[in-house]
Design a protein around this ligand. Structure first.
Ligand code: DAT
Ligand code: MG
Length: 181
């Protein structure tokens, strides 16, 4: 019996993060979608980190990784590889490496698509009020926040920015009925 539980919990620990999560017995299954969100240097300097986190928490997403870092240019070059050759690329790399960034991994149903809606249009002047960029940014080159734009892109970016040991899987506990320790 003990062996069984040992093996079961080992399986749980070793499950890759992209594997489907079974919610309760007979409940629905869905992939644990994750995305990379980063508060850019202008967002950190303007004290907007808390606001960004609050929006994702209130929406109901699960924070599974977070760190503050000065992003190396080599990481930014890979992160923005599709934009190499654009006239604004050198300025983008200079700006993104100019100060600390707060990088997060958020998890939840359709988190990639929903977080793109939450951050708003790339061009701040097109970003709807109520979105992060629509509320806090006036120029495309200082648009406060990054969020991955596809599920495949998110997987690539998360692997680029985070070690797997920096990502924590956790489950909700019913704190009202849990016995105090
Ligand atoms: P997003 O950040 O919405 O995914 P993107 O991937 O097209 O947008 O571009 C990455 C970043 O590059 C964007 O957040 C800000 C900068 N950028 C994009 N277009 C720009 C432009 N026309 N002028 C200056 N910076 C730009
Ligand atoms: Mg992008």
């Amino acid at each position: 019996m003990g062996r069984f539980f040992e093996r079961a919990s080992l399986r749980l620990l070793l499950r890759p993060w992209s594997a489907p999560l079974r919610a309760g017995s007979g409940g629905p299954t869905w992939p644990r979608e994750r995305t990379l969100v980063a508060v850019k240097p202008d967002g950190v300097q303007r004290r907007l980190v808390g606001d960004v986190i609050q929006r994702f928490e209130r929406r109901g997403f699960r924070l599974v990784g977070m760190k503050m870092l000065q992003v190396p240019e080599s990481v930014l070059a890979e992160h923005y590889q599709d934009l190499q050759g654009k006239p604004f690329y050198p300025a983008l790399i200079r700006y993104m490496s100019s100060g600390p960034v707060v990088a997060m991994v958020w998890e939840g149903h359709n988190v990639v698509r929903t977080s793109r809606a939450m951050i708003g249009d790339t061009d701040s002047s097109e970003a709807a009020p109520g979105t992060i960029r629509g509320d806090f940014s006036t120029h495309v080159s200082r648009n406060v926040v990054h969020a991955s734009d596809s599920v495949e892109g998110a997987q690539r970016e998360i692997q680029l920015w985070f070690q797997s040991s920096e990502l924590l899987s956790w489950a909700d506990v019913d704190h009202h009925s849990a016995a105090p320790v």
